[in-house]
Structures are given as C-alpha cells and as structure tokens.
Design a protein around this ligand. Structure first.
Ligand code: KG4
Ligand code: ZN
Length: 345
C-alpha cells in the first residue's frame, strides 16, 4: 500500500510516499529556515504564503522521486494539528481535494504522533526490525515535550509533558541569547562540542513527576550572561559562549534522560524511543546510549526524520487506516486544529 503524507504544520512544506508504513520511497522537504532566520523565528503569515507557493512543486517532486503517479496512491495522510492554523490549512486543503478527486481514504494525523511513528520507518541498519510494544517514547520538539507509554498502535498513556517551554524552544531561546541563528538546536550542539560543561553550572529544574520545566534554565542563562558581561557592558568572549552552550546542553539533556530512563524502568518496556527535532542531538543520543545496559532497545530516527517531515505522517496514517479501514472509507474533510491533542484510536 502506498500512502502519500502531507505535512505543513509549521515552517516545512513536506510530501512523502511511504510503502506499507515502513519503506520511504520519497521524502521531500522544503524548509523555510533561511526565510525565518531574518526575523529570528517563524512569522505565521510569511510561513503560510510559502506553503501555498511550494506545496504543488513539493508534491510533484515527491511523486517523481518515488517513480509513481498520483493515481498509484492508495491513501493520503495529512497533519491535522497541532501547529500554526494558517500553515496547517495549506496541507489540509491540498489533501482534502486530492482524496476527493482520487476517491481514496483520507487520514488525519496528529503531528506529535507523526514524530513518534518516525521510528517505524525502516533504516539501513542491519538489525532493523519493526519496533515491539510496549515502548516508552520521549518526543522533544520546538513546540512540544511529551513522555508517553506507548502500549500498542493508537494506545497511549501520557506520563508527563512540559509545564512551560518545550526543550527545543529552550534551545532556540538560549541560542538567541548567544547570538546564534534560528533554529538554535543544531548551532548550540556544534558550539557545545568544544566547550567545558562544568565551568558555568546551571540549575537543574526537576519537577518530581514525569513533567518537565525548561523556562528556568533560559532565565538562568540570561542572568549568567548579564553577570559575565557586567550588565551587557561588553560582549561575551568566544570561550564563554562555548562553555555556556555546553553547560546548557548538558543540563537539559540530563533532565530529559533522567525522566526517560525512570519511566522505562518503572514500566518495564521492550524498547525506548526518542523522537522530534531535539532527538537529532548527538550528545543526547550518546548519553542515552551510555546510560543503557541494552543499547539495541533504544531507537531514534535518522537525522532527516527527526525534524518535521511527511514520511512520519504517512506511516502514522498507514497504521490508523490498517486498524480502522471502514472509518476512512467514505470521504470526510479533515478540519485543521491548531490545538489538537493526542487521543487513543
Ligand atoms: O520537530 P521539529 O522539527 O519541529 C517541531 O515540531 O517543533 O523540532 C524543531 C526543534 C527546534 O526547536 C530545534 O532547535 C530543535 O528541534 N533541534 C535540535 C537539534 N536539531 C533540531 N535541538 C537540539 N539539538 C539538535 N541537533
Ligand atoms: Zn515537529
């Protein structure tokens, strides 16, 4: 079965073709990052306009790369939310129209569920097998941070989430304080490689539950910079910037890992997964790997599937359709929902 995935929830226009929920035939992403770097973040109206311009060329390229035509597609999966309303509309309108014309099933997908399904996409690793439930999955992105006990397809128990900023948001905000471009995560990671994380210890915000809180670290970095520069009287030195990046990365990863492993232990799961933009962080991946006794139970998506893409949406859609084939038989328009919550299905 060939599923076309469409994703436009924020600032990436993406289309992908996935076979049987696991084989990526194409995964085309047009990133608006260079456009939004000028403003230091996503301006919704600008993002919406770019989606409208790019959606058809991205769709055409995805079909071409997969070496198929529109009529070969068996179903369409589209991001319904959460995200920016004006961005979601382009993907949803495109998917609604295509599914109506092609008379094929149309499956709405929650963007965060898409992220966690990225680990169901086959990689080139020799040991690759389909993941085995139950799984503890930590998804950390720019807009969300969820710790989930994933019992089966569409069966979730929510363990914790962020009380304020998401981990990726903290990376982006601290990057801005350090004068780094948007999105900040990869830039902080690069800078931190040369740094000593112990020079400027930052406080660990550590709620007792499985929840997270990251706005305090951002404020601590702000005060640290103020102290070092004597109230912004001088710029930070390169060494100071490097060491702050290293401390920040260390502290944020320590909190994520501690809760993640505690949940895995408590629920005795088969596998533990990372997902979402922050899971692209190699320092985080390595630290989890070192902390585990059985590293092959640990998965994270390959780099292009960590951040926003449509292959993850297609695979989530595939499993929803497989479980409820009748539900999606008759065409029903997908209505975008910027505040969509994950529900069991
Ligand atoms: O999943 P994603 O592409 O979009 C959302 O759904 O939010 O995640 C984007 C977030 C950004 O905050 C970005 O700074 C962060 O993921 N990110 C990283 C890395 N690559 C992307 N954070 C830390 N280290 C990275 N290497
Ligand atoms: Zn995302």
């Amino acid at each position: 079965m060939l599923v076309l995935g469409i994703e436009t929830s924020c600032d990436e226009t993406a289309c992908a073709v996935v076979q049987n929920g696991r084989r990526v035939l194409s995964n085309v992403i047009f990133s608006q990052v260079t456009i939004h770097q000028k403003t230091g973040g996503v301006v919704p109206e600008v993002a919406a306009r770019e989606h409208a311009v790019k959606i058809i060329p991205v769709l055409e390229e995805a079909l071409k790369k997969a070496k198929i035509s529109l009529t070969d597609i068996d179903a369409i999966a589209v991001t319904k939310g959460p995200g920016l309303q004006t961005s979601l509309l382009t993907g949803v309108n495109c998917a609604n129209t295509l599914a109506l014309l092609l008379k094929i099933p149309l499956i709405p997908v929650n963007h965060i569920e898409g992220h966690i399904y990225a680990n169901f996409l086959q990689t080139s690793a020799r040991w690759w097998k389909l993941p085995k439930f139950p799984i503890v999955v930590l998804t950390a992105s720019g807009g969300h941070n969820e710790l989930i006990l994933w019992k089966n397809h569409g069966v979730y128990q929510f363990l914790g989430s962020t009380l304020d900023d998401a981990a990726g948001e903290a990376f982006d905000k601290v990057a801005r304080l350090l004068g780094l471009p948007y999105p900040g995560g990869p830039h902080i990671e690069k800078l931190a490689k040369k740094g000593n994380p112990n020079i400027f210890p930052l406080p660990l915000p550590y709620p007792k539950t499985f929840d997270f809180s990251f706005s305090g670290i951002k404020t601590a970095v702000l005060y640290l910079i103020r102290d070092l520069t004597k109230g912004n009287k001088r710029p930070l030195t390169t060494r100071e910037r490097i060491n702050i990046a290293a401390s920040f990365q260390k502290v944020i990863c320590e909190v994520l890992i501690a809760k993640f492993l505690k949940a895995a232990e408590k629920f005795g799961v088969h596998e533990i997964h990372l997902a979402g933009g922050v899971s692209a962080n190699r320092y985080l991946q390595r630290r989890v790997q070192h902390a585990l006794q059985k590293p092959n139970r640990f998965r994270f998506p390959p780099l292009p599937l960590c951040t926003d893409n449509a292959a993850m949406i297609a695979t989530a859609g595939f499993y929803k359709l497989k479980k409820h084939p009748m539900k999606y038989k008759k065409w029903q328009p997908v209505i975008s929902d910027p505040n969509l919550k994950i529900r069991n299905w």
